[in-house]
Design a protein around this ligand. Structure first.
Ligand SMILES: Cc1cc2nc3c(=O)[nH]c(=O)nc-3n(C[C@H](O)[C@H](O)[C@H](O)COP(=O)(O)O)c2cc1C
Length: 171
């Protein structure tokens, strides 16, 4: 199988982490994966916080509706859009492009994490205001995703996908 497609198919959302640190060189690869993702107009209207401090992880888990497995992961990445994209792209920039900018970075990072033996899970369910307060975010940043990253205990089976003909239509 093609290597990238194999990685895409084998990556699973991991919600059960070992308490084991991530080596610095792998953290650097995660950062590269984030930076090299595409973005609207290459404005890179995104910012990521890499959280390793126990207290902040705990507060974030609480803000994420008590998804407490977040605390077990050695690294919690919070992805934020940068609303200053509005100076170039207006409402469409803020409401759509910047969110996709963050999403493309997150997906890149999840795949590189998996390639390096790490697990992660994309978390969308959280109280934005609480996360903004916890991190002391400036007015221009809006947190849109949280991704705990770490070595998995075990990998769950793949949740099913809808048939290709339902997902994609040729015209
Ligand atoms: C935008 C988005 C939000 C998500 N939010 C959560 C979440 O809050 N908590 C969680 O445990 N998983 C969350 N997930 C992970 C999905 O449940 C998971 O990707 C899906 O079940 C498919 O499983 P897989 O990633 O192993 O293929 C989210 C995924 C996406 C893309």
């Amino acid at each position: 199988m093609d290597e990238v497609l194999k990685i895409i198919k084998e990556r699973r959302s991991i919600r059960d982490f070992q308490r084991k640190e991530i080596p610095e060189e792998i953290v650097r690869k995660l950062i590269d994966a984030i930076i090299w993702a595409p973005s609207a107009g290459n404005l890179q209207a995104r910012k990521f916080y890499f959280i390793t401090k126990e207290k902040i992880k705990k507060d974030i888990a609480t803000a994420a509706l008590n998804q407490n497995f977040i605390v077990e992961s050695p690294l919690v990445v919070v992805g934020c859009i940068d609303k200053r994209i509005d100076s170039r792209y207006g409402d469409r920039g803020v409401g759509l492009y910047a969110i996709q900018d963050v999403a493309s970075s997150i997906m890149n990072m999840q795949l590189v994490a998996f390639e390096n033996g790490l697990g992660s899970v994309w978390i969308g369910a959280f109280k934005e205001g609480d996360v903004s307060n916890i991190l002391g975010l400036p007015y221009n940043l809006r947190p849109v995703s949280i991704v705990p990253v770490g070595y998995p205990f075990k990998t769950p089976p793949a949740p099913p996908r809808i048939p290709a003909q339902e997902a994609v239509e040729f015209r």
